[in-house]
Design a protein around this ligand. Structure first.
Ligand code: GDP
Ligand code: MG
Length: 599
């Protein structure tokens, strides 16, 4: 197939507007995946993603499509992850395309991610095809939503398509529109030295790292020695192919095509998303623009419940890292928790996914400490440095200032929730910047807010205060000085360094109070009294007591009901597994995350 009959596109949408369902339909309609092999949502191929209904890792699929003009076309669908933690990967996959389907739920309208994704697509000069999905729903108002997209984004919707991915309506129109509207890749680029953009890479235990890329210029053949221009690593290519979506080897991939390679690469670190592939023998002068190193935004400690598992955790993290260049970790020791790792994540979702997969795939039991952002500390003597572990914040007398990361937050909400959402934003130290009428009945709120206030349950709070109708996006804007203090927690006289957090001075009292109250509920009674204290410096600002235990738990079981007694003991034992002995006190793992829900 000549380059003028290649179309590279992706699908952008707000979460739940139907991206994955539409992708499935396109694969089916083009016969790429036979109906009988069709698992729901073929592209979201990780269990966790499927459970959570979100796409984390992007994947690609090549479809052959015979258009109404009688010619065969190659349609390369490059899927994008649907979460703000992974916006860098989204931007790289859009850069690999000439067009995008913008899917908007016709029963909802524009949401925060719709806008963020459209702006990314426009920045990359993509041709955008609006698709108004879910028209099968009785509440669908495609005309209204179409006007919304025209008004707010300024996108011409005359070529927009009314569709139902679920009911299979509008699928042929979408395929025809891709052929007619999305420009083909430039035709003369195959003579230049190779430059291919990596939009995904993952570790396969048999093949090593599988690299997915778009050839922007030049050609690549199996056996070629490739060079990754940013990592400067070189490898002999074992196999080059296309994604159908299963691997299918080919003899050559030319400018405009999308494919994969493997070359016995041991770690995704060597072939990261955004890097440029060239040939070792005939190198391109410059890598493609826009490469970024992964920048972890959220840090937390990961500790094994049982100290014997430390080495297993180390091995698991090392293995995990082969497949996740964005994860960072280094060994950490905590007086309360023993040996573990301080890990850096792109965001909260990334953190949840890593923890869950470590537990599931490596059979580890872990305790995650409350996540923290990265602060910038200027000591009284010496250079400013970055600090990701609250328990290492030096005493106020030893520092000149401390700065914290800020984000610009865009919220889109139906009018009636503006009040409660403004309250929420203020309670999270948000600085009001702007309020705009978006379309009839809906408003955009703009705030600048410390990232630390969003880590944790901000998104849930936003959803619950708007009955699920508000959506949000945020963008990093830089560091600002704040009046922050270190809040320590003592349990039975022992400092629990894993619970130390950094909070704004104005909130320290209420956070400390809530925290000790929560710990009182969580920590089981012992046969002595336990005092829990929240402390700033040497000053206790809040405390609670857990009175000593008098009775044995099994005393609750009456009449020699053995099976009930056993059950109770077993349940207790299971609960115990997730406990960490701190000094004399058993602290359940949930205590370490409780602070997230207060902050
Ligand atoms: P994504 O988050 O954008 O990938 O959205 P999904 O494809 O996972 O779809 C989200 C939900 O909307 C799922 O429950 C789908 O079954 C449903 N859905 C997707 N497309 C349609 C449609 O055209 N009509 C209706 N009624 N439901 C749809
Ligand atoms: Mg999806």
């Amino acid at each position: 197939v000549p380059p003028e009959r290649i179309r590279n596109f992706s699908i952008i949408a707000h979460i739940d507007h139907g991206k994955s369902t539409l992708a499935d339909r396109l694969l089916q309609a083009t016969g790429t995946v036979a109906s009988r092999d069709m698992k729901q949502q073929f592209l979201d191929n990780m269990d966790i993603e499927r459970e959570r209904g979100i796409t984390i890792k992007l994947q690609a699929a090549r479809m052959l499509y015979r258009a109404k003009d009688g010619l065969d076309y190659i349609l390369n669908l490059i899927d994008t992850p649907g979460h703000v933690d992974f916006s860098y990967e989204v931007s790289r996959s859009l850069m690999a395309c000439e067009g995008a389907l913008l899917v908007v739920d016709a029963s909802q309208g524009i949401e925060a991610q719709t806008l963020a994704n459209v702006y990314l697509a426009l920045e990359n000069n993509l041709e955008i095809i609006p698709v108004f999905n879910k028209i099968d729903l009785p509440g669908a108002e495609p005309e209204r939503v179409m006007r919304e997209v025209e008004e707010v984004i300024g996108l011409d919707c005359s070529g927009g398509i009314l569709a139902s991915a679920k009911a299979g309506i509008g699928i042929d129109e979408i395929l025809e529109s891709i052929v007619a509207t999305v420009p083909p890749p430039s035709a003369d680029a195959h003579k230049k030295p190779l430059r291919a953009l990596i939009f995904d890479s993952y570790y396969d235990p048999y093949k090593g790292v599988v690299v997915l890329f778009r050839v922007m210029e030049g050609e690549l053949r199996p056996g070629d020695k490739v060079r990754f221009m940013n990592s400067e690593a070189e490898f002999d290519t074992d196999e080059v192919g296309v994604l159908m979506p299963k691997h299918k080897p080919v003899d050559v991939l030319s400018a405009g095509e999308v494919g994969y390679l493997f070359a016995s690469i041991k770690s995704v670190e060597d072939a990261r998303v955004g890097d440029t592939i060239t040939l070792a023998k005939r190198r391109a002068e410059k890598p493609l623009p826009g490469y970024q190193k992964a920048k972890p935004m959220v840090f937390a400690g990961l500790f094994p419940v049982s100290a014997d598992d430390f080495n297993d955790l180390k091995v698991a993290l090392e293995k995990f890292k082969l497949n996740d260049a964005a994860l960072s970790f280094e060994a950490e020791s905590s007086s309360a928790m023993g040996f573990g790792f301080r890990c850096g994540f792109l965001g909260m979702l990334h953190m949840d996914v890593v923890q869950e997969r470590l537990e599931r795939e490596y059979n580890l039991e872990l305790i995650t400490t409350a996540p923290s952002v990265v602060y910038r500390v200027t000591p009284t003597k010496g250079e400013p440095y970055m600090l990701d572990n609250p328990s290492q914040l030096p005493d106020p007398t030893l520092r000149k200032c401390i700065e914290e990361p800020y984000v610009k937050l865009d919220i889109i909400t139906p009018e009636e929730y503006v009040g409660p959402l403004m309250e929420l934003a203020v309670s999270r130290r948000g600085e009001f910047k702007d309020m705009r009428y978006l379309v009839q009945g809906r408003t955009t709120l703009v705030y600048e807010m410390p990232l630390a206030e969003m880590v944790g349950n901000f998104f849930d709070a936003l959803k619950s205060r708007s009955k699920g109708y508000a959506s949000m996006e945020y963008d990093w804007i830089g560091y600002r000085e704040s009046d922050l203090v270190r809040l320590d927690i003592n349990v039975a006289g022992d400092p629990l360094d894993a619970l130390t957090c950094i909070v704004h001075r104005d909130k320290a009292y209420s956070v400390g109070k809530e925290y000790v109250k929560k710990l009182k509920e969580i920590i089981p009674r012992a046969n002595f009294q336990i005092v829990i204290q929240a402390v700033i410096g040497t000053k206790s600002i809040a405390s609670e007591r857990i009175s000593a235990l008098r009775k044995d738990v099994t005393a609750k079981c009456y009449g020699g009901d053995i099976s009930r007694k056993k059950k109770l003991l077993k349940k207790q034992a299971e609960g115990k597994k997730r406990m960490k002995a701190v000094g004399k006190v058993e602290v359940p793992s949930s205590a370490f995350l409780a602070i997230v829900n207060i902050n």
